[in-house]
Design a protein around this ligand. Structure first.
Ligand code: DGJ
Length: 730
């Protein structure tokens, strides 16, 4: 779909257009958003002609331009695309285009900054899903003067324009056990800037910074969004200036947040920024989510095998690693249908609690006298996969590793700052530390035929500096992040088929950088279904359900103390990569029977849940939620109707099930394997009473057009509604 003339490049995919005018000295962005169709030369010229706005009073003497690389050189007073200096000089870059190349889906623009002596390469790749990936390479040519000071790169920010009508912003914050808590409001003039200095995206990560035409919802509205695909420090922004951004209204921008002096380029050195992913949709938040899900599912490395029902041992046993207890747990897990058992924290040297042991990645013979083989063998004998928890980037001072290699720690030479969860950070970029970790992890994977690593990361990186080659402490988050990626890549290259989960005190490292080398994320340490409904809803704004771990905890949540009915916990955990986080050996035979039925249901519906379109209804009553997954051909679906608290409206009225085809015939039934919700009504709607017993034929016009009255649930309850194609028999 790409079209490039002498002057203009037009990338098109899935209803999105991105148009750049390749004029000298610096190309300008003419359009990003709705597909403009096949533009003729005249059409492209017209777009260029209309890209000049007003020359404003008391401003530049000519109309402002929005270039591919906005800086003060264009009269741009917002966040610049680039900042840096060479020993305090070369602070006003003046770049010129050196060339542009285009392929089917990408535009690559070369720039040269004569003042700083830098070569820059901007790459725009429009994925078939319509998501635009942008990154920049900044290079210091090898033949740069040997005597010149190195170039200190301070920031590289990918910037794309927003129209004036984009005036409402949605992004996310959070804390431990409440990740991806939405925050929404008007986009005021000035910058909405999120700077992440935690050495990871964090539990309060922006996740997907979205700006839209006010009033956008799940199913409708025009929206523009950004995700910074990086696991280290980062900057995200939406910015509006009164004078606009060229002819546009504002900008969306992102990149890595660099510490002073962190990237210092000598002759021959280069820096490549993280990929920033930009998406546009005129179909609201579901439209954006759909683009990201499509992009992720098309990756060659996207998990293709059915996502195994998992049991993770953390909330089941914590640090109580008596082998007989875990063997019994494995047997019970197998009997209910679990397909993967993951041994969580507590198995390695000295790790009797969370104050010691991190770094000593060898099995503790005091707890596991025969190593992990008895458990791993039992798990494999049951036909289950075996997984193991590790936290490779961390170290306890009470460990052999910290005693033998204090020089491997990441921290100031004057002394370490405060510990967090009694732990510090290992400098993974240290060659020897890297080699140790790779060998230790590889040996474990080989010895116990480990299928899966739960890769945790439980503290933030503060004062993350290491000893520089010429003395002095140098900032280390960038190098640490790249080293983490290298470590995961190297391990996976040695052990093809090994799956990795990105966990970070729950969902503190959920980003498309780490997901390029992992197979799922742990969304949260909170298994309370009331919290989980929201956490999963918004984690799904970026990730499809198969990448999001969702476990059934015990009846009383370990992290909130709240008690939830079995059915609510089970139904909530279905909408992800499902698992169990509970001591099954303590459950009654009836509870195990329900779990077994639920496990079978998960296996039955996971094909749909992990391959279909995620849909979320816009409802008037925010005490209720309706979400689901619809098959790509809209022929089948599974919906979840949830009430989180009571509300004044006594009944739902007709609720439209999103995503179905109005013209098709369907049948509907209530899935009862996980149990039925408790309700606040004398009797439910007639169709519902019938659908609890058997399929009920209902046309698409009723389901998705007129809508269905739904039962009034008690708070903390959920209901599963299955939709299938109408058959001739019905
Ligand atoms: C934090 C994780 O999020 C938990 O699931 C668990 O693995 C603990 N760490 C173990 O220390």
């Amino acid at each position: 779909m790409t079209r490039i003339t002498d002057r203009t490049a037009h990338l098109r995919a899935a209803g999105v257009s991105f148009v750049v005018e390749l004029r000298a000295p610096l190309p300008r962005i003419l359009h990003w958003g709705e597909d403009l169709g096949e533009l003729t030369d005249e059409g492209l010229a017209a777009l260029g002609l209309t890209a000049d706005g007003v020359a404003l009073n008391n401003s530049l003497d000519e109309a402002r331009q929005f270039t591919v690389w906005p800086t003060e050189a264009d009269g741009w007073s917002g966040t610049p695309a680039h900042q840096g200096h060479r020993a305090g000089t070369a602070t006003t870059p003046r770049v010129t285009m050196t060339g542009a190349e285009q392929s089917q889906d990408a535009l690559v623009i070369g720039l040269h900054d004569a003042d700083a002596g830098l070569d820059l390469t901007l790459t725009y790749r429009l994925d078939p899903s319509g998501v635009l990936g942008v990154h920049t390479r900044v290079a210091c040519p090898p033949d740069a003067s040997g005597t010149a000071a190195p170039y200190d790169l301070s920031a590289t920010t990918a910037l794309l324009p927003l129209p004036n009508r984009a005036q409402e912003i949605l992004d996310f914050t959070g804390k431990w056990c409440r990740e991806r808590s939405p925050q929404r409001g008007p986009l005021a003039f000035g910058g909405h800037v999120r700077e992440i200095r935690r050495g990871k995206p964090g539990l309060d990560a922006p996740h997907l910074l979205t700006v839209g035409v006010p009033g956008f919802g799940f199913r409708s509205g025009e929206v523009w969004a950004l995700h910074v695909g990086w696991s280290g420090n980062q900057r995200w922004l939406a910015e509006r200036l009164p004078e606009g951004a060229g002819v546009h209204g504002g900008v969306l921008g992102g990149g890595e947040l660099l510490a002073p002096g962190e990237i210092r380029l000598g002759p021959g050195d280069s820096y490549t920024s993280p990929e920033c992913f930009f998406a546009w949709s005129d179909e609201g938040l579901d439209g954006l989510a759909g683009r990201f899900h499509t992009m992720l599912r098309a990756r060659p490395g996207h998990p293709s095998s059915p996502r195994p029902l998992t049991l993770n041992t953390w909330e089941a046993v914590y640090f109580d690693h008596r082998p007989e207890r875990l063997l019994a747990l494995a047997d019970t897990a197998a009997s209910v249908g679990v397909e993967r058992l993951v041994l969580d924290d507590g198995w390695f040297l000295g790790r009797r609690d969370d104050t010691a042991g991190l770094g000593d990645w060898a099995v503790d013979p005091q707890v596991w006298p025969e190593g992990l083989s008895p458990l791993a063998d039992r798990v494999h004998a049951h036909g289950m996969q075996f997984g193991l928890w590790v936290e490779p980037e961390m170290v306890s001072l009470a460990s052999r590793l910290a005693r033998e290699h204090p020089e491997w720690l990441l921290g100031p030479s004057v002394g370490l700052g405060p510990s967090a969860r009694h732990q510090y950070v290992l400098n993974v970029a240290h060659e020897d530390a890297f080699a140790y970790l790779l060998e230790a992890l590889d040996a474990l994977v080989a010895e116990y035929r480990i299928d899966y690593l739960k890769w945790d990361h439980n503290r933030e990186l503060h004062e993350a500096v290491h000893r520089g080659a010429h003395g002095g402490d140098r900032p280390g988050v960038h190098a640490q992040t790249r080293a983490l990626y290298r470590l995961m890549d190297a391990l996976r290259a040695r052990r093809p088929g090994l799956e990795i989960e990105s966990c970070s005190s729950g969902g503190g490292r959920v980003d498309l950088g780490v997901l390029a080398r992992t197979d799922r994320v742990w969304a949260s340490d909170c298994n309370d279904p009331l919290e989980r409904q929201t956490i999963q809803r918004w984690t799904g704004q970026l990730l499809p359900p198969e990448l999001v771990g969702a476990h059934v905890g015990g009846p009383r949540s370990h992290t909130t103390g709240r008690v939830a009915d079995d059915s609510f916990r089970l139904i909530t955990a279905l909408f992800g990569h499902a698992g169990i986080e509970d001591d099954l050996t303590a459950r009654t035979p009836e509870q195990l029977e329900t779990l077994t039925r639920w496990a079978a249901l998960y296996k039955e519906v996971r094909g749909l849940l992990h391959g279909g379109r995620v849909v979320r209804a816009d409802l008037d009553d925010d005490a209720t939620q309706l979400h689901g997954v619809v098959a790509p051909d809209a022929g089948a679906a599974l919906f979840c109707w949830v009430r989180t608290r009571t509300s004044v409206p006594a009944q739902s009225g007709r609720v439209r099930l999103p995503g179905l085809a109005p013209g098709r015939g369907y049948r509907v039934r209530i899935r009862t394997e996980a149990g039925l919700p408790s309700v606040h009504q004398i009797t439910g709607p007639a169709w519902y009473r019938a659908a609890v017993e058997d399929w009920v034929a209902l046309p698409g016009t009723v389901l998705t057009g007129a809508g269905l009255p739904l039962p009034t649930l008690n708070p903390g309850q959920a209901l599963l509604v299955e939709v299938a194609p109408q058959t001739t028999a019905h």
